[in-house]
Design a protein around this ligand. Structure first.
Ligand code: SF4
Ligand code: SF4
Length: 485
């Protein structure tokens, strides 16, 4: 005969805690197996023996014993349950043991992630699902596309799980036609026409020349845009959104180059600086775009590559160079905008007027230049930005948290282009709170994504009373140009 019991009933009967009964079951002290309806089954003889040990009489409740036929059918049913084979990793998304093998399920990543909980998204869940080979569910899910790949989760992970790499890999497994928003269209257009927006070469050249003439008449006499200048020291790539939608924004850098007397150039072909293959997860297109930049550097015989326009462009290109073109890094240097601007300031090549920006000013650390560069390349840019800003502003304050621990603005990982704007704005609530608490009136950033999210979205959505500027815009606006005779 079998004896059927609930843990709580047994605990009450023997005057012990429920966990004690569970421990006895787990340790085999109480030889019981799981039965129907959260009940357990044990042989009646074993129950009697237990009662004897405790000096009790067996307590027979109505329905507390079941016949062996019922037990047999239960056992057969249990044996038909599919077995989850832990440790058999997916060949498609689980490339590396550091993507989940040592996850402690502690949830620290989920606590750090600003989008955790939205639509069930949770980095810990993603790691566990990948570990358990639930790859089809992950590939179908929109979670990897709502994640901004900011790296905040893996930065706090005690087990050093590479969550961002895992998320990118999941993105890479989506059918290309099912990638949300215009990301894949941008990748394809860039591969076919040299830039994400398909701007024709002749239009690009005409635009650059026209803008150069305007600048020459606006405080930079003699300026002419140096297109395809062989042997220039610096080659600068361009974010296609600028020639397409915000062409005047390019003049800030040009004004700085002019003031510093820099030798620089822009290629008329394959000038795209951003690399959306990083977002789509597609290595082959990412490699092609980086390879074109290497070709430009060689064709124009430049010494320094500058990716001045966004944290993404720097991170993606630097990552691609390290991974696929390590030899090219022996031929030329990659400069960040921080290296360059700080060099100009410290070397006295530009002079800045600190009185033009007296308001309380705060810096938004972009994930790609900060936390992610530190983790991937061993060097993050934190203090350099603060030194540049302090050269232009007399009243600099900090957001909390800042530097490596800063929150993403909410637009990273391609989120600015994704169709999930409600999630992007919700994500940005952390940034809005940080800015409000800093009491700053001017926010400076070094990334296009941060600038657009702040200026074009969060300022309106969260009623922020701040002005937003790029760090190079701040420098250009602070430059003391030599007086024209
Ligand atoms: S923080 Fe790291 S160890 Fe903890 S649950 Fe997340 S991935 Fe796992
Ligand atoms: S990378 Fe950022 S957005 Fe993505 S899961 Fe981690 S903390 Fe969240």
């Amino acid at each position: 005969m079998m004896y059927e019991f609930k843990v709580s009933e047994m605990a009450e009967e023997f005057g012990v805690h429920r966990n004690t009964i569970r421990n006895w079951i787990n340790a085999g002290t109480l030889p019981a197996t799981e039965g129907p309806g959260r009940k357990y089954l044990m042989k009646f003889d074993d129950y009697q023996e237990l009662c004897e040990k405790f000096g009790r009489k067996p307590h027979i409740r109505p329905n507390s014993h079941v016949d062996l036929e019922t037990v047999k059918s239960l056992e057969e049913k249990n044996s038909e349950l599919p077995v989850i084979e832990l440790g058999r990793f997916s060949q498609k998304i689980y490339d590396d043991p550091s993507w989940g093998d040592s996850c402690l399920t502690c949830g620290t990543c989920a606590s750090a992630c600003p989008i955790s909980g939205v639509d069930g998204l949770d980095p810990r869940k993603i790691v566990r699902m990948a570990f358990l080979s639930m790859e089809e569910d992950l590939i179908k899910s929109d979670w990897p596309w709502k994640c901004t790949m900011c790296g905040k989760c893996e930065n706090v992970c005690p087990a050093n799980i590479e969550i961002v790499q895992l998320i990118r890999k999941i993105r890479s497994r989506r059918k290309r036609e099912l990638i949300p928003g215009p990301i894949q269209r941008g990748v394809t257009t860039c591969l076919e026409r040299g830039n994400n927006l398909g701007i024709p070469k002749e239009d690009f050249i005409a635009l650059l020349e026209g803008l150069g003439q305007e600048l020459a008449e606006d405080g930079c006499p003699g300026f002419a845009t140096p297109i395809d200048a062989h042997g220039a020291r610096i080659l600068t790539q361009v974010n296609s959104k600028e020639p397409f939608a915000e062409p005047d924004d390019m003049k800030w850098w040009w004004r700085i180059f002019h003031a510093a007397g820099e030798s620089w150039t822009i290629s008329s072909e394959n000038w795209e600086g951003v690399n959306w293959g990083l977002f789509s997860g597609e290595d082959s297109s990412m490699k092609t775009v980086v390879g074109r930049i290497v070709d430009n550097m060689r064709r124009l015989n430049c010494e320094v590559l500058l990716l001045p326009e966004s944290g993404h462009a720097y991170y993606a290109t630097r990552y691609g160079l390290n991974r696929w073109y390590p030899d090219a890094l022996k031929e030329f240097k990659v400069a960040t905008l921080f290296d360059l601007l700080l060099g100009y300031i410290q070397g006295g090549r530009i002079r800045l007027d600190q009185t033009r920006h007296p308001q309380k000013t705060v810096y938004q650390d972009p994930c790609n230049y900060g936390r992610k560069s530190l983790r991937t390349f061993g060097q993050g840019y934190f203090e350099e930005a603060r030194r540049i800003i302090s050269s232009c502003c007399s009243n600099m304050v900090e957001m909390e948290p800042n530097r490596e621990a800063n929150y993403c603005c909410g637009a990273g990982g391609g989120a600015w282009a994704m169709p999930f704007s409600a999630e992007r704005i919700y994500y940005g609530r952390m940034k809005a709170r940080q800015i409000n608490e800093s009491e700053a009136e001017l926010v400076i950033t070094a990334c296009h994504g941060c600038r657009d999210q702040l200026q074009k979205s969060l300022v309106q959505e969260y009623d922020l009373e701040v002005q937003v500027k790029y760090i190079w815009e701040l420098v250009a606006d602070s430059i003391i140009l030599p007086k024209v005779a």
